[in-house]
Design a protein around this ligand. Sequence first.
Ligand code: HEC
Length: 231
Amino acid sequence: MKRDLIIVLLTVGFMTPSLAQSGDVTRGQQDFRACAACHSLEPDRNMTGPSLAGLWGRKAGTLPSFDRYSDALKSSGIVWNDDTLDRWIADPQRIVPDNDMPFEGIKESGARADLLAFLKEATKPGAAPKQSAQMQMNGMMGGGHDPNLKKIKPAQQVRAITYCHDTYRVTTADGKTRAFWEHNLRFKTDSSKDGPEAGTPAIMPAGMMGDRASVIFASPDEIGPTIKTQC
Ligand code: HEC
């Protein structure tokens, strides 16, 4: 008898916090759009922020494949669970002052509960979403990861870049040359498996108006030698 009572008490004690926090996974998936520009749910696919795959039980600032943690987060001693994540998402600077996550927080506790309900499912080992779903989210956010740059059309394969006064001219494999004001062309690298082939940088549109673009190289060593000053 006594033992049964203890079990009942334990069960009630155990369930109360999770009941109080039970969120709506579907709404939480929508809320995750606030995070998806910077965080993927695929293991080791790091973007501005670390991959969140396998988050529960992880010590803050310890994903080995992520090179950009702040000292503040690394030395915080936090272990991620329902409680610490709720406080982090509510106000990251309050729980870890001087951390590097540019996010002001979600003040509404119901929205945080929804988001955590979704994240808890989606970050479980083996729960990585289909790449297309992640890409779709990134597309909606206008950020995140580029598509596979080894499989691009000739119109996006860069053959030559010249620079004259304030203008870059980019010639692509389809024979066309486009001019860009120097402020409107960005040079990036992508060393991931989806990055471009060595020697074949990719040009990708950036921004709404079509006047901006990024040229993405396989390695920084290619950037200087590819650009010829020539008027
Ligand atoms: C603008 C980019 C950006 C957005 C938006 C963003 N994060 Fe982050 N996040 C980061 C960066 C950068 C870090 C690393 C911070 C540091 O090292 O101080 C980080 C760290 C984290 C960590 C710690 C991970 C670890 O390995 O210790 C968690 C958890 C996290 N973010 C969750 C979220 C959630 C949930 C959202 C959406 C509500 C979100 N982030 C929105 C960039 C972002």
